[in-house]
Each structure stands twice: as C-alpha cells, then as structure tokens.
Unconditional design. Structure first.
Length: 131
C-alpha cells in the first residue's frame, strides 16, 4: 500500500531507500538518524526535480517531471517570483513612481491569481490520482 501512496511505508522499505541513496549497508543505515536522512533525500529530490523542470521544453518534446515534488517546486518558484515582483512594487511606491507601481501591482495581482488557480488545478489532479 505504501508504494502507491496509500499508507505508511514499512520500516524495511525506508531502510532500503536510505541504503540506496547513501550507498551503505543496512547495518550502517539503521544506525543513522532517519529524520536527517529523509531531509537530505528530500533536498536531493527537490534539487533533481528543479533541474529537470528547468531543462524541460514541451515544444521540443522534453516534458518536465510531474507529481508531488514537481508541484512543490512549481509552488515555491511561483512564491519566489511573486515576492520579487512585490518588492519591485514597493520600490516603485517608495520612489514615488505611481504609474510604474500601479502597472507592477496589476501584474502582481494577475500573476498571483494565475498561480493560485494553477495550484488548485494541480491539487485537484493530485487528489484524483490518489483515488
């Protein structure tokens, strides 16, 4: 059940994954702090997924990865982009450039709405996949 995401993974499967990821025998993996191992595995998975998404090109027939980690990467990238745009809005407002601030704020609101809608679609698709 754990393999299809419908329940917790048995201890043996977790140990096996740590052995594979760090190229160590079970006796060594069992002695390591598993929470740290999982944080490292998640960080590595995030980095690999981010790199694959950056290299993806749908038009050239190189689709990007999909799934929960890909969704997380996209969500974080969207948040970072929106934060940067909001910083530009604030800078324009502080520089008393109302016209630029207004245009940037409108762009921010449009992109924030699109980001929320895309995230909701990804969440709906993920929930349909779990059924």
């Amino acid at each position: 059940r754990a393999i299809i995401g419908d329940g917790p993974a048995p201890e043996e499967l977790l140990l096996s994954r740590i052995c594979e990821e760090f190229n160590v025998p079970p006796s060594v993996a069992a002695a390591e702090p598993w929470d740290l191992c999982w944080r490292i595995i998640e960080a590595r998975t995030y980095a690999r997924t981010k790199a694959a998404l950056d290299q993806a090109d749908e038009k050239a027939g190189r689709p990007g990865p999909t799934g929960p980690m890909a969704n997380l990467v996209v969500d974080i990238e969207d948040e970072l982009m929106l934060e940067k745009l909001l910083d530009q809005v604030r800078a324009a407002e502080q520089g008393d450039n109302r016209q630029e601030a207004g245009a940037l704020r409108k762009r921010y609101q449009t992109l924030a709405t699109k980001s929320r809608e895309a995230k909701a679609r990804r969440q709906r698709a993920a929930s349909r996949g779990r059924r």
